[in-house]
Design a protein around this ligand. Structure first.
Ligand SMILES: [Zn+2]
Length: 331
């Protein structure tokens, strides 16, 4: 994914500083305390999620058209099946920015497929073919391991699938693992850059949903949700298309005591899968993605350092538990 370079970054920096100095407020309102509908929300196990992240990274980079990509795709589909989901594999030939034909596979695991009331949870499972943001230009053509950029969101969703299988929430849940998100033109490419070069798997899914006439009440995309010390602010397109969902998620995080991880504030615009899901599938979808004052999301973003060494179980826990809180409270 790509962040729009823009002036907003300056204000993000200011907000970031202001919030860092102020610290997280933990006062829960009287309203929240009165809403005592008892819902049994399962406990997100960060050790388990961490293992699912590592299992993906152990395949090596998961770049479309490689055997590691095929092997990891099989692992993910098997894992969702083992967790009791109805699995749909959506295979597609997609054309990359340079004309390369990508053999892509979106993998969808559905719970209560008969239910019309649904929530869609998304993450991309492919990894970037180039560490084109690495400080050392010798690494720019090296594929990244994508522990955070790819595997973390998928790992969190696998843990959610495991829990949903044990105790179903009221709504049907779709775990939608998208391919070919991160094949956007590299920084060293001299041709024209377009946002449509990114997020090829989600664009395909949004145009050809896995079930005819598919709809969901809302969607949540998880991208880079395992970085050490990551902070999440409300991403701009999410705020444009689905401000109520942002509000719901940030409120749940605050209630759980994760107000320092989910900070109020404008995270800037990010070209990511949710943009095309909002635009093309018209399912209101937010992106939980880290904000950093320098615009690089995390220090490891698109570098050879995106490894398990920089995955933090506390971040996985904050995001995973918050998503569970939201989906189990939906009626
Ligand atoms: Zn990426």
């Amino acid at each position: 994914m790509k962040k729009k370079p823009m002036i907003v970054l300056a204000s993000v920096f200011m907000m970031f500083s202001a919030f860092s100095c102020g610290g997280g407020s933990k006062t829960s309102s009287a309203n929240e305390q009165n809403e005592k509908v008892v819902v049994n929300v399962p406990q997100f196990d960060a050790d388990s999620a961490y293992l699912y992240v590592k299992n993906q990274v152990d395949f090596g980079p998961r770049v479309p058209n490689t055997k590691e990509h095929v092997a990891c795709g099989n692992y993910l589909a098997e894992q969702l099946e083992a967790f009791g989901a109805q699995v749909t594999n959506q295979y597609a030939d997609l054309i990359a920015y340079d004309g390369t034909l990508l053999k892509a596979r979106n993998i969808i695991g559905s719970y209560k497929p008969e239910s019309k009331k649904r929530i869609a949870l998304f993450a991309h499972w492919d990894t970037r073919p180039w560490a084109d943001n690495d400080a050392d230009s010798k690494n720019h053509h090296t594929p990244i391991l994508g522990a955070n950029d790819g595997a973390s969101g998928v790992g969190a969703l696998l843990e959610i699938a495991r829990l949903v299988n044990k105790q179903q929430p009221e709504l049907g849940i779709d775990i939608i693992l998208l391919d070919a998100e991160d094949y956007g033109a590299p920084q060293f490419y001299e041709g024209k850059h377009k946002e449509e070069f990114w997020c090829l798997g989600s664009q395909y899914w949004a145009r050809h949903s896995h079930v005819q006439g598919y709809n969901a009440r809302f969607g949540i995309l998880l991208d880079m949700v395992g970085g050490e010390g990551s902070v999440f602010m409300k991403e701009g397109y999410s705020e444009d298309f689905a401000p109520d969902i942002n509000k719901k998620v940030w409120k749940a995080a605050k209630k759980l005591g994760y107000g320092k991880t989910f900070m109020d504030g404008n995270g800037g615009l990010v070209t990511d899968d949710h943009l095309f899901i909002n635009r093309l599938a018209r399912i209101k979808t937010i992106d939980i993605i880290p904000t950093s004052p320098d615009g690089d999301f995390t220090p490891t973003w698109h570098t050879v350092n995106d490894t398990m060494d920089h995955i933090d179980k506390n971040t996985l826990k904050a995001v995973g538990q918050t998503v569970l809180e939201v989906i189990y409270n939906e009626k």
